[in-house]
Design a protein around this ligand. Sequence first.
Ligand code: LLP
Length: 403
Amino acid sequence: MSRPSGTLLEAIAATAGTPTYVYSAESLETATRRWVAAAGDPGRIYFAAKANTNLAVLDRLRGTGIGIEVATAGERARAERAGFPRTRILLGGVPKSADVVAEGIGSGLALVVLQADHEVDAAVAAADPALPTRVGLRVRPGIRAGAHPSLETGRADAKFGYAPEEVVDAWSRLAATPGLDPDVLAVHLGSGIGSLEPWDRALDVLLDLAERLAAHGTPVREFDLGGGLGVDYESDDDPDPSALIQRVDRRLEGTGLSSRFEPGRSVVARAGFLVTRVLYRREHGGKPALVCDAGFTDFARFALYGAQHRIEALDGATSGPATVDVLGPTCESGDVIGTDRSLHEVRPGDLLVVRDVGAYGFVMASNYNSRPRPAEVMLENGRFRVVRRRESLEDLWRGEPAP
Ligand code: LLP
């Protein structure tokens, strides 16, 4: 996906101000259609809403026929507001309150994935034979997927899901409950995974469990292989979902098992651009820094994971050695957007663009320092529209009684 032109980004900054997230409709479609083409059926793909919940983005994705994985009541409400029918909403296998599980049971969702005893208890209590619900169990396969330690979720010591030896018991409880139809085993190995090999190891664990559950007379019909496919933040080399899907399909051939996926990052990351204005320049010890109006409150991925996204001047020109740091304006030295960039010609007042921020960008923004969260803009066929206005100062104290 090429970057929107400097002229267009200038125009967006002039209209919407900075910092602003810009999403390319074309890039959203391209990435989603790659997944759909690889899967051969949009019904196998459930976009992980946590990566980006802007209603205009969700509306685009809905239009391609895929489903959506939601983790919270808020994500579910957004998915429904964006027009996803419940039959295409999957309540995912992340830690949930009993209330969220209970609301999911009997409500017509595509699938509810449970991942701890209190969730199974809530599902059993809410089950209604008149409104049967497909349910699944998330397994913790004990795999290190090679992602950032904060983003590895399939490790033996992770807080998510059931250890393989715990699955039969929980599954039997579900199978014994009228109104619950357990038929899916789910994993999510982590996020930002660079190789396909972890899925092979996960399939070993899942296939073994499927055999055991079939022997119990309560067969598994489908594996949910989660999200996790990484994006190369240093280049334009797009991740290839078809390699992953083909590999999984080959393993499942002849087993009668089907599979589904919950990609987030690989669907939306490339489509997002964060436009920010440089406030001033600083030199310390020969190391120049640009302090700009986007901070870690707007884009947290470097501060949280040391993630280096490409940061470019609008004309794309690079200059001099890659020693320029890009910092945010808030009151902490850890407020960093990226380091060691080649941006020597950039001057105060210039615009910068941070690339591949469509996933886990705006959704992780905060109001720290009482900073209103940025605007979001959708770009399509060279035209743009604001799809979330910048927060106002009044938004900052919404819900607080006037003193
Ligand atoms: N399914 C489940 C159950 C998940 O927990 C996640 C991500 C996904 C699917 C989607 O994974 P993806 O395809 O996006 O890797 N804030 C972090 C990412 C956290 C991901 C959490 N779970 C970041 O900025 O990198």
